[in-house]
Write a protein that binds this ligand. Structure first.
Ligand code: ADP
Length: 544
């Protein structure tokens, strides 16, 4: 027997129309090239999105066409988010920090017809322009007065582009499986791979983002959106915020700048924030040096790489801020697991609390998970056996967009192999050992670089740490620890190896320590293990 409920399509325009009606006066604050503190409202953003949709239509954009953005977080980018997807076209968000050859590859692979570009990124796009095969127009995201120089083709400014468009637009109805946005994963080997989100997946993921222990923003909150809008749709905040009327604060190009973030938090009254761990290291270092408290911040969502315990502890002890540790990836829209402390957690002994905090948490409702061995056999959920994590669910990538070759990750029908290695407890709590490609294999056994890094980051003189596997004649690979000390501190090799003694298995202790001023970051701001492995490829360990 079939249920008798209505079958209305799940479309992003419903988020927009709901937000316009219920939360239209909600403020959106942005840092942009033409204004260091631009203020507008959701109602105004949606009005301009209608003008933009008319302008896009006049420029020949039709359903299914790809419209690229190479931009930071600000209100114009939000207008593009809604206008492009809701008119039935596909918003292709491009990370300006990718290597130039990756940018031209993905623009051509996606066949972008228009590119909306932040003025600061225009030099990159202008230089690449002769290589773009399908781009018809480039629009700079600023007003006429701030139009950047470009040598390789005409550029229109955003304000002139939308000026002619009517501010009425009939948002069309269509199948909820229609593509809404496209985001390429950085891909450590081979070409970047396209993840094509749909209206349905975006709306369902939005409910997951709004769960209390997820992004969990409310009408009373102001969220500092540090996670870039080119990094998996800023983890869904551009939809979740407007859905419930959360005030949005967007740092534009200043997302890596601790001082700007601290100012935005205190002056704009941000209660929530979301971003990768390296951003918080910069913010906490600034707050420490400037002796300020990050009020009224109450919770920070951290994901994208393992969050060191030291970050969580400093947030809690110095700033009364809770860290929500979450795990996910582009292919998962991105939310997969949430580390949500259980009832009575506050009464647990500190050590037990910390042991739970560093884990990646339980699957969010809607995501199913299992771990498998190399042959694909399912492994026990005993909290000890580690295997490759596979996931399934309505916001998980079913296949890549026009892949160059069949994807190994989708080899098992109905499941996606994440490439992460982890253990699962009977209650689903996941602990990531490593990414499969980062795991260190010493004498046939696995050493978790994440565990080592986490422990080293707990040393008071350490700001950042990374552990990579280096060739070893006897053990195949042995761990090398690379450390960035806190400003003004100079810990020794012995201090650090001694600190690890008793905290991790003896055979996990790195064979050597290298000190560095900074660590290389990936395009999404995470510590780049790939670059570190290349940098230290020929490193000879004292034990070798
Ligand atoms: P990329 O970093 O490859 O550009 P993603 O942002 O999609 O692309 O990264 C997803 C990967 O980040 C995951 O597969 C996982 O290895 C890592 N990751 C994300 N969150 C966490 C976390 N909380 N702990 C450990 N690793 C994480």
């Amino acid at each position: 027997m079939k249920g008798l409920m209505m079958d209305t399509p799940l479309l992003i325009k419903d988020i927009m129309q709901h937000a316009a009606r219920c939360h239209g006066s909600t403020e959106v604050v942005s840092v942009t090239v033409d204004n260091p503190r631009h203020r507008t409202t959701l109602a105004e953003i949606f009005r301009r999105a209608r003008k933009l949709a008319n302008a896009l239509q006049a420029a020949g954009i039709r359903r299914g066409d790809r419209v690229g953005t190479v931009a930071w977080n600000d209100y114009r980018h939000l207008e593009l988010y809604y206008a492009v997807s809701c008119m039935g076209a596909v918003l292709h968000t491009i990370n300006p920090r990718l290597f130039p050859e990756q940018v031209s590859y993905i623009v051509n692979h996606a066949e972008d017809r228009l590119l909306f570009v932040d003025p600061l990124v225009m030099p990159l796009i202008d230089a690449l322009r002769p290589q773009f095969g399908t781009v018809e127009r480039v629009i700079a995201m600023c007003d006429e007065a701030h139009l950047p120089q470009a040598a390789n083709g005409p550029v229109t400014d955003y304000e002139s582009f939308i000026a002619a468009g009517e501010d009425q637009f009939d948002w069309p109805d269509f199948d909820e499986h229609t593509a809404s946005s496209l985001c390429y994963t950085s891909g450590t080997t081979g070409h970047p791979k396209g993840v094509l989100f749909s209206h349905r997946s975006t709306v369902l993921h939005n409910y997951a983002a709004l769960i209390g222990d997820s992004i969990g923003c409310t009408r009373r909150d102001t969220i500092l959106m540090v996670v870039p809008m080119f990094h998996v749709n800023a983890w869904g905040i551009p939809y979740a915020g407007p859905s419930v009327g959360t005030r949005l604060v967007m740092p534009g190009p200043k997302m890596g700048d601790g001082a700007t973030l601290a100012t935005l938090i205190t002056e704009e009254g941000c209660t929530l924030a979301a971003g990768v761990p390296t951003v918080w290291q910069a913010l906490l270092a600034h707050a420490r040096a400037a002796k300020i408290k990050l009020s009224p911040l109450r919770r920070v969502s951290v994901g994208g790489s393992a969050c060191p315990l030291s970050i969580m502890t400093e947030f809690r002890e110095r700033h009364d801020v809770e860290v929500l540790h979450a795990w996910g990836m582009t292919e998962m829209s991105p939310i997969g697991t949430l580390n949500s402390p259980p009832r009575g957690f506050e009464d647990w002994p500190r050590e037990q609390q910390d042991a739970l905090r560093v884990r990646q948490g339980q699957p969010v409702l809607g995501v199913q998970m299992k771990i498998v061995d190399d042959q694909g056999n399912e492994l026990p959920l005993d909290g000890r056996t580690s295997g490759i994590v596979k996931v399934r669910g309505p916001w998980i990538c079913g296949s890549y967009y026009r892949p160059d070759e069949p994807s190994e990750a989708h080899a098992e029908q109905g499941w996606f192999a994440t490439g992460d290695v982890a253990t699962l407890e009977p209650d689903g709590t996941m602990t990531i050992t490593d990414r499969a490609k980062d795991v260190i294999k010493s004498g046939g056994e696995w050493i978790s670089s994440i565990d080592l890094e986490n422990t080293v980051c707990g040393h008071p003189q350490v700001m950042q740490a990374a552990v990579i596997g280096v060739r070893h004649p006897k053990w195949d690979e042995r761990p090398l620890l690379i450390v960035v000390p806190q400003p003004g501190e100079s810990p020794t090799r012995e201090d650090l190896l001694g600190w690890l003694g008793g905290k991790v298995a003896k055979w996990w202790i790195p064979d050597d320590v290298v000190f560095a001023d900074k660590l290389p970051l990936t395009a999404t701001g995470k510590i780049s293990k790939l670059q570190l492995r290349q940098q230290y490829a020929g490193y000879v360990l004292p034990t070798a």
